[in-house]
Ligand binder design. Structure first.
Ligand SMILES: Nc1nc2c(ncn2[C@@H]2O[C@H](COP(=O)(O)OP(=O)(O)OP(=O)(O)O)[C@@H](O)[C@H]2O)c(=O)[nH]1
Ligand SMILES: [Mg+2]
Length: 407
């Protein structure tokens, strides 16, 4: 793997320079603004540094230069204004994770703590066995193995499926060379995990006519709230025209919930009862950019409900260009998520949205479900506030958390 830093007046310029030299297959691992001190800050233009990585078979690893740990003010949570909002253009990489350096510091601190504990234990052993250990030639290699095990255990603590954690480590072991520095190992695991998450296309406009966007998922995961957040982002933020439909006729309150949001956003709203209603609505809102369709929460075990969903999908497919999103809660048990995702996969292809990230500290299921379904995550939500608590899925941020960093 090649890891290099590039500097430009903007992030885009630095990324362009990286692509020019390393090609399109790079992964952006870190972005930071270079801080100038004193008078230089006044007279010189802003400079942004990106760290780009390129996987290359047989490449001789180059150690990454250790940066000073991030200043306390850089460690704060990403403010809402800086997060990549769902309506923003895909190329907007403005919010790529900025704190890989601090993650490394954190992991190294943890490693050193483990090391200190181990050394204390060693001191308690007999002089003879201590001397014998010091003579062991592979001491540094042993430390590296421990560092890799620390990364592995951190993934498991974050509920990454053992199977996937093993894959990541096995991949690392395959290309292992002697004397790999810790930061190279960390960067390699980090990059592999980002690649595993991939990139979702998210909601895209139709070439012609409105794009119908259907949201499905279990009860209470946040489908309606997520639709309200996205509708707000696209209509208020992106100035797109959005119409809202609901096929949730199981509960009166469900239709009212979306109607209320539609009133606030001043977008049209309609309840659809039949396949013909779907087609009529698409004809009526033909001039709109998007038609978002809410659905009733379904139990993946209820055949009748799944049958109704199948009919709705069929009607939507006949009515025009459409996309589907499966909304899942990050708080649902792994085994249940697998069953839910599988039963919806039988109905249609979809992209994933994960809700309620604010209600759990362990995000392993995001990676597990991405890999299990081979389906990218498009959006994540992290609170009840409409429209603020939603953002485009940011793999850098999640991977950092999975390796022990703070959100
Ligand atoms: N903490 C937290 N709560 C959320 C999030 N998204 C939605 N909620 C809450 O979850 C509850 C259910 O949200 P809804 O949008 O009604 O869920 P739904 O999937 O439409 O529910 P049904 O239509 O009944 O299937 C509400 O109290 C929301 O405020 C989130 O990201 N974090
Ligand atoms: Mg709902």
């Amino acid at each position: 793997m090649i890891i290099k830093k590039y500097v430009g007046k903007s992030e885009e310029e630095a990324v362009e320079a990286a692509q020019k030299e390393l090609g399109g297959g790079i992964v952006i691992m870190n972005v930071k603004e270079l801080k100038r001190k004193g008078l230089a800050a006044l007279f010189r233009p802003r400079q942004v540094e990106v760290t780009a990585a390129l996987e290359e078979e047989g490449d001789i690893p180059k150690p990454v230069r250790r940066e000073a740990p991030a200043q306390p003010e850089q460690r704060r949570d990403t403010p809402a204004a800086e997060r990549e909002k769902p309506g923003a253009a895909a190329e907007n990489t403005q919010n790529i994770e900025k704190r890989l350096d601090s993650l490394q510091t954190l992991l190294e601190n943890r490693f050193q703590q483990d090391e200190a504990a181990r050394q204390e234990q060693e001191q308690g052993e007999t002089q003879q066995s201590a001397e014998k250990k010091e003579e062991e030639p592979s001491r540094e290699e042993q430390e590296r193995e421990k560092f890799i095990r620390l990364l592995y255990n951190t993934m498991l603590e974050n509920e990454v499926d053992e199977k996937y954690a093993n894959q990541i480590i096995e991949d690392l072991e395959k290309n292992k060379k002697p004397n790999l520095p810790f930061d190279y190992i960390l960067a390699n695991v980090y990059q592999k995990m980002i690649l595993k998450f991939g990139k979702a296309e998210g909601i895209t406009e139709a070439l012609q006519g409105p794009k119908i966007v259907l949201f499905m998922g279990p009860t209470g995961v946040g489908k309606t709230t997520t639709i309200a957040k996205l509708a707000s982002d696209f209509s208020m933020g992106e100035k797109k025209t959005v119409a809202l439909l609901t096929a949730d006729t199981y509960r009166i309150a469900a239709a009212e919930q979306l109607r209320t949001y539609a009133n606030i956003l001043e977008t049209p709203f309609r309840v659809i009862y039949s396949e013909e209603d779907v087609k009529q609505a698409v004809r009526d809102f033909a001039a709109y950019d998007f038609i978002f369709v809410d659905t009733a929460g379904h139990s993946h075990q209820n055949e009748e409900q799944l049958d109704n969903m199948q009919k709705l999908l069929h009607a939507v497919g006949e009515a025009g260009d459409y996309q589907t999103f499966l909304v899942l809660s990050a708080t649902t048990k792994y085994r249940d998520l697998i069953k839910i995702a599988s039963s919806y996969k039988e109905l249609t292809d979809y992209q994933l949205i994960f809700t309620k990230l604010d209600e759990t500290d362990t995000l392993g299921n995001l990676l597990n479900l991405k890999l299990y379904t081979d389906t990218p995550i498009a959006y994540v939500t992290c609170g009840q506030n409409v429209p603020d608590d939603i953002e485009c899925f940011n793999p850098q941020k999640t991977v950092k958390q999975l390796l022990g960093g703070k959100a």
